[in-house]
Design a protein around this ligand. Structure first.
Ligand code: BGC
Length: 267
């Protein structure tokens, strides 16, 4: 039997580290050819590509800033040139710039919205255009194409000193639901994964010291910080036909962080 994602071409933005790198590796392990996209960490991007090839997979490593329209168009052209088409987009690239609201500059706001929300818009639009151009193909997938957006528990949980980040993820949620509604007739599925605390560089401050980790664990009923692979497995499932009837969904991967852990005692 073919691997679940055999003959599929996937693009993973922010593939040079953390959740993106794990998603790229997970998709490749499931049989997909993966275009690993990075913006500044060329070494990390190449490392992800090398790990995929070393385990027998097919990968390309491409530089692009997802907040720049021309670079996104060029990125999709390059993937089409190299692999013919694309079936799966993992809209993962994201940043945090944490600043108390009163001190937040327009630049702090705009940069986070540009990468986390506009970047997802630009990549999703190019992916959807390519899916519609191609139509259903011989890849074996039931869907014409599949878009998976990296959101966060902060699409729902307000987060002090991160108004830019929380607003971007709230926006991602509505982007996903709206695109899912609009694109379903083309047999394009659009879903989000909403991770909680996953041990990566973006939240290093929250787990690096014993004290910080203990504080963080108070927010996670399941009692451990997540691994990037916890998220990657959810992404692979959403990318495969195993989830063919799932669209417009946010799959929360958070060890229970969204379950109001403060209410375990009292209330
Ligand atoms: C953020 C992390 C944070 C987690 C849970 C994520 O979206 O990027 O920094 O640890 O949410 O609060």
């Amino acid at each position: 039997m073919d691997a679940p994602l055999a003959h599929r071409i996937a693009i993973v933005t922010g593939g040079s580290s953390g959740i993106g790198a794990a998603c790229a590796l997970g998709l490749a392990e499931a049989g997909a050819t993966v275009a690993v996209i990075y913006r500044s960490d060329a070494g990390g991007g190449e490392e992800t590509g090398r790990r995929i090839r070393d385990s027998g997979g097919r990968a390309a490593v491409i530089r692009a800033d997802v907040s720049d329209e021309d670079q996104v168009l060029a990125l999709f052209d390059e993937v089409r040139e190299r692999f013919g088409t694309v079936h799966i987009l993992v809209n993962n690239a994201g940043i945090q710039i944490d600043v108390p609201f009163i001190d937040m500059s327009l630049q702090d706001w705009s940069r986070v919205i540009a990468v986390n929300l506009t970047g997802q818009f630009l990549c999703a639009r190019e992916a959807a255009r390519e899916f519609c151009r191609r139509g259903v193909d011989e890849s074996g997938s039931r869907a014409t194409g599949n878009i998976i957006c990296m959101s966060s528990v902060h699409q729902q949980i307000p987060w002090a000193c991160r108004a830019n980040y929380a607003a971007s993820k709230g926006g991602v949620r509505m982007l996903v639901e709206t695109l899912a509604q609009e694109l379903a007739p083309h047999r394009i599925r659009v879903n989000a994964v909403a991770p909680g605390a996953i041990r990566t560089d973006i939240n290093r401050d929250a787990w690096e010291t014993e004290d910080a980790e203990q504080q963080l664990l108070k927010l996670i009923p399941y009692g451990r910080i997540g691994d990037a692979e916890d998220v990657a497995r959810a992404v692979v499932w959403l990318a495969s036909d195993a989830s063919d009837y799932v669209t417009g969904h946010s799959l929360v991967v958070d060890g229970g962080m969204l379950l109001y852990p403060a209410f375990r005692e009292g209330g």
